[in-house]
Write a protein that binds this ligand. Structure first.
Ligand code: PBG
Length: 330
């Protein structure tokens, strides 16, 4: 690269006025690139989440109103997460397979209101298990891979048949993307997409989410035997390669901001659609600092989302989706 030299080359010239800054900007952020995660609950479980200010657990009527507002603001898709009452949880997470369960009903409600809005749902058992793990435990307490994949395959079919557009396995079991793809193909659901949480780390930043879905109090131990070690990055590429070979359409990297290097490596190596998940702990962190007046909320939220895009994310799952879309429209 021939950069020339000062004073013929003055990099500040390209920053000297708004019009030229606009013209040379390499990365842009638009509402259509944002996905809003929404917590769905019923009865007395609905309402605020202590560690996630301004986020509510919504009942089905509130969900219907919320998705219409999001759609009006240009948000392309929502990701639904259930808050399951403790009495419906068990060791096997069997409520996850109930075709009349909360998420199937939520999918149908959203699709009835707004057929064109993309509906993404998690494939994992943790909102449904009494022990809070994403899969089924063997006698030693280890999350057993293959019997969990069998349950996930059934959960996937239930949710696809309820009308979900995108299935997002977030469990990190081996072989689950292939198992889900094959059950979808056999059911003639060729266009049901798989957004695979391929590089999902055993992160401390998921705490507020676990408060929101009520799995933190009951969670026994941690998830380090299935979610990835934050120290690793080559391993993320191996996980992504496997999921793509098994039929994943979009790759998730999670969490977001502390893992920008992973997003970039995945994008450079595979050149496939990449989704970043700005997780609950990232949300809580920014909310806490801005509530104290220590940071300017609009500036840091839009900057953090832009940086995820710059690192290589085509789309971002973020609890700031609605607020960011509003700011972007101003
Ligand atoms: C469950 C799941 C988790 C998140 C999304 N799906 C929690 C976990 O793995 O413990 C976290 C999202 C967030 O923190 O915002 N499989």
């Amino acid at each position: 690269m021939n950069l020339g030299s000062y004073p013929a080359t003055r990099p500040r010239r390209l920053r000297s006025a708004a019009f030229v800054r606009d013209l040379v900007r390499e990365t842009r952020l638009a509402p259509a690139q944002l996905i809003a995660p929404l917590f769905v609950a019923e009865g007395k479980l609905k309402g605020p989440i202590r560690s996630m200010p301004d986020i509510l657990r919504l009942d089905l009527d509130e969900l219907a109103a919320e998705v219409k507002a999001l759609h009006r603001m240009g948000i392309a898709a929502v990701a639904l997460f259930p808050v399951i009452p403790p009495e419906l949880k068990n060791e096997l997470g069997s409520e996850a397979l109930n075709p009349e369960g909360l998420i199937p009903r939520a999918i149908k409600r959203v699709k009835a209101e707004l057929p064109e809005l993309g509906v993404i749902v998690d494939i994992a058992l943790d909102p449904y298990t009494s022990h809070g793990h994403d899969g089924i435990l063997d006698d030693s307490g280890y999350v057993a891979n293959d019997i969990t994949v069998e349950a996930l395959r059934k959960q996937a079919l239930v949710l696809a048949r309820a009308g979900a557009d995108v299935l997002a396995p977030s469990d990190m079991m081996d072989g689950r993307v292939g198992a889900i793809r094959s059950v979808l193909e056999r059911d003639n659901r060729h266009n049901t997409l798989i957004l695979s949480y391929a590089a999902k780390y055993a992160s401390g930043f998921y705490g507020p989410f676990r408060d929101a879905v009520g799995s933190s109090a009951s969670l026994k131990g941690d998830k380090r035997t299935y979610q990835m070690d934050p120290a690793n990055s080559d391993e993320a590429l191996r996980e992504v390669a496997l999921d793509l070979a098994e039929g994943a359409d979009i790759i998730m990297v999670k969490p977001g901001l502390p893992y920008l290097d992973i997003i970039r490596r995945v994008k450079d190596r595979f050149e496939v659609p990449v989704c970043a998940y700005q997780v609950s702990g990232e949300y809580a962190m920014l909310k806490a600092a801005t509530a104290n007046g220590w940071l300017d909320e609009k500036k840091v939220v839009l900057e953090s989302l832009l940086c995820l895009r710059r690192a290589g994310a085509d789309m971002i799952l973020t609890y700031f989706a609605r607020q960011a879309a509003q700011w972007l429209a101003e």
